[in-house]
Ligand binder design. Structure first.
Ligand code: NAD
Length: 122
């Protein structure tokens, strides 16, 4: 962990353009000295408008891709060397899981597995 001797922790946050993730990103950037890399593929649920207060901050980086992409996740771990991972990317609306369960299996199961596996490797 490259940052363990200073206060500038690097957070890797998935789903940072969503309801909870965007509030978390805004809090970390606006209320602390920590840094954030936000991984979000911007589904219908992701809104960059929620992040205008942080988008130009040098401690904030946005990476637009799907957490099912293990190679991209590995690249982000290697490039940003995060100290803390917080996983908020999800298919989160129950009604949609009844109408179309495939996206839920991909993001919530395969994507979560990818994130855990790349965290372990890192
Ligand atoms: N909102 C609540 O009240 C609540 C309560 C308890 C738990 N949770 C849980 O917290 C988590 C986040 O909830 P939320 O309300 O912020 O969800 P949300 O639907 O508002 O946001 C999800 C975010 O994940 C992104 N995303 C979806 N699939 C992705 C993928 N494959 N790769 C990258 N990004 C992807 C979307 O673009 C979006 O920005 C979920 O696991 C949810 O179940 C939410």
């Amino acid at each position: 962990m490259h940052n363990e001797h200073n206060s500038r922790l690097e957070f890797l946050i998935t789903g940072g353009a969503g309801f909870i993730g965007s509030a978390l990103v805004r809090h970390i950037i606006n209320d602390t000295d920590y840094s954030v890399v936000n991984v979000d593929k911007l589904t219908y649920a992701g809104h960059l408008a929620s992040l205008t207060s942080v988008e130009n901050n040098p401690r904030y980086v946005f990476e637009k891709f799907d957490i099912c992409d293990a190679l991209e996740l590995k690249r982000v771990f290697d490039q940003h060397q995060p100290d803390i991972v917080m996983h908020l990317a999800a298919e989160s609306h129950v009604d949609r899981s009844i109408a179309g369960p495939a996206d839920f299996i991909q993001t919530n199961i395969v994507g979560t597995y990818n994130l855990l596996e790349q965290s372990r490797v890192y």
